[in-house]
Write a protein that binds this ligand. Structure first.
Ligand SMILES: NC(=O)c1ccc[n+]([C@@H]2O[C@H](COP(=O)([O-])OP(=O)(O)OC[C@H]3O[C@@H](n4cnc5c(N)ncnc54)[C@H](O)[C@@H]3O)[C@@H](O)[C@H]2O)c1
Length: 347
């Protein structure tokens, strides 16, 4: 039996990981700060979850006898403006740094980190010959003219491609910067201490108990909340943005697989490793809205042509590395999962 310190255990993803670990016979030390940005003011920690703000709490007792830390706690979402930056730095960078220091002191050598596709910034693109290309940012003049796709400087259209784990990190938001920072702290810690880090770069996660529409929520929850209010989901650009939507129970399974690999003494499970965690079945944002609409028999999506200059056009994950190394393959494909999510409870 493995003893796991699970941070963010009351969160959307953390609560599913807690169930999966318990079902798998692991012992879970569950902690969460019940941060108001995630849970609203005055929320109470659920049964079995210890209330602790990891920015300031003593971590020594929590780490007693722990084999692996599964670090899910974070401030999530895009935020509103630059005034959010210190909170992202505190809840994400600082908490990770404190955890790693305490792990060093308590001789805990393994961590599974909840990372994100946002560390890549934009996705990978290829030119007509199949070469990976570095593209200039989209121009406002093109977006205004509803030319949303990506183009090479010579005007040739670029084709989206699967983003592999060795793609450069190029965060584009304070949240993304803090997720990349979490990875960087973990990489440095691993180099210095010889500890093992598995960073799981989740793509667009959805499923039961996802938070409602807030500046910190994902697009699936935003569409879902619009449909619940009997409004049409409003789709930015032309809806052709490609993403990978992965069900939260698959995310939980990927965490269990990563934890079990780190504790199994498998050759190679050392140092810092990163994996895309995705369904492997790309879907457009318009298809996401349409599938949800079908699931709830709601009004058809409205494609607005509006745009946000910072938005990424396409980002689609390569699932191969997680499959070969972690043995992780998603089991719920977006077509089915999103239809069910249309009527699933939200937080
Ligand atoms: N939901 C997604 O689509 C998605 C995608 C990629 C990565 N992730 C990552 O997955 C992890 C879990 O995200 P989620 O969607 O479940 O978010 P969530 O907001 O539902 O859960 C995060 C939990 O962390 C807790 N927390 C935040 N700051 C804390 C602190 N200082 N001390 C103690 N607890 C604190 C919150 O109270 C919350 O319960 C995060 O690390 C997030 O960056 C999520």
């Amino acid at each position: 039996m493995t003893r796991v310190l699970l941070t963010g255990a009351a969160g959307f993803i953390g609560s599913h990981i807690m169930s999966a670990l318990t079902a798998g016979g692991h012992e879970v030390v569950a902690v969460d700060g019940m941060v108001p940005a995630a849970h609203g003011p005055g929320a109470i920690a659920p049964d079995g979850v210890q209330l602790a703000d990891l920015r300031v709490s003593s971590l020594t007792e929590m780490l007693d006898g722990v084999d692996v830390v599964c670090h899910q706690a974070a401030r999530v979402g895009a935020g509103i403006d630059a005034r959010d930056a210190p909170d992202y730095a505190a809840d994400n960078d600082l908490v990770t740094a404190r955890l790693l220091a305490a792990m060093f002191e308590n001789r805990c050598q393994r961590i599974v980190l909840a990372s994100s596709m946002v560390v890549y910034g934009d996705g990978t693109y290829r030119d007509r010959s199949g070469q990976i290309v570095d593209l200039p940012p989209r121009r406002v003049v093109d977006l205004e003219a509803r030319r949303f796709e990506r183009y090479l400087p010579n005007g040739e259209p670029a084709q989206w491609a699967l983003t592999p784990e060795n793609a450069p990190l190029a965060p584009r938001s304070y949240y993304a910067a803090s997720k990349a920072a979490q990875e960087s702290y973990c990489r440095a810690w691993s180099l210095e201490t010889g500890g093992a880090v598995t960073a799981l770069r989740y793509h667009n996660v959805y499923g039961p108990h996802m938070p409602r529409d807030t500046p910190y929520a994902g697009v699936a929850a935003i569409f879902r909340s619009q449909l619940e209010a009997r409004n049409a989901p409003t789709v930015f650009e032309d809806g052709g943005q490609m993403r990978d939507f992965v069900h939260v129970t698959d995310i939980a399974a990927a965490n269990v697989a990563a934890i079990e690999r780190l504790t199994s003494g498998v050759d190679g499970a050392v140092g810092f490793e990163a994996f895309n965690i995705c369904s492997g079945q790309p879907i457009s944002i318009k298809q996401v809205a349409e599938t949800l609409t079908t699931g709830i028999a709601g009004p058809a999506p409205l494609t607005t042509g509006r745009y946000r200059p910072g938005d990424v056009r396409h980002i689609v994950a390569d699932p191969a590395r997680a499959a070969t190394t972690l043995g992780f393959r998603a089991t719920i494909m977006p077509e089915r999962g999103l239809r069910e999510f249309a009527t699933a409870p939200l937080r």
